[in-house]
Design a protein around this ligand. Structure first.
Ligand SMILES: [Fe+2]
Ligand SMILES: [Fe+2]
Length: 172
């Protein structure tokens, strides 16, 4: 079956939505952490949500450079209820895995379509996802190690709070 660059651009347009859904998802997690007195995890997740926003902007810029008409889609309400910090980082990992899956499938389409500019653009994202998944796996593993020890959880919260963000976050 012959694909076209057009289809690849449509999928990249959808990927803007996927990245913004991730932005919103992390924001929901960050807010839950703030509400539950985990200022460090909240800050880390807010920084992570900013990264997702930057990913959306990166794809948007690529499509503009290619002269593609972008259609922004509605973003549905993210999950906001969690029962523990472990659940938060399970959801973060699942979100990254689902994002990787989506990027891989667009990469395959771009490759089959011989849409080389999109292949190159997507390569950056595929590389980024390796790091994102590793970070999400590590975070979840660390949370699980300390989950039954509140003092250790608070220590971990503090170390997460040291992350630098792209845009300034108002102090807690
Ligand atoms: Fe992303
Ligand atoms: Fe991500």
């Amino acid at each position: 079956m012959k694909h076209t660059s057009e289809e690849v651009y449509n999928r990249l347009n959808d990927q803007i939505h996927q990245e913004l859904a991730a932005w919103y998802g992390y924001l929901g997690m960050s807010i839950w952490c703030s509400k539950n007195y985990f200022a460090g995890f909240a800050k880390w997740l807010n920084s992570q949500s900013q990264e997702e926003y930057m990913h959306a902007v990166k794809i948007q810029q690529f499509l503009i450079d290619r002269g593609v008409q972008i259609t922004l889609q509605p973003i549905s309400e993210p999950r906001q209820e969690y029962s523990s910090i472990t659940e938060i980082f399970e959801a973060a990992l699942a979100q990254e895995q689902s994002n990787s899956k989506s990027l891989n499938s667009i990469f395959q389409l771009a490759f089959e379509s011989q849409a080389y500019a999109s292949v190159t653009e997507l390569q950056w994202f595929i590389t980024e996802q390796v790091e994102e998944e590793r970070t999400a796996q590590t975070n979840l593993a660390h949370i699980k190690m300390v989950a039954s020890d509140p003092a250790a959880v608070l220590e971990l919260d503090k170390s997460f709070g040291a992350r630098e963000s792209i845009f300034p976050i108002p102090p807690a």
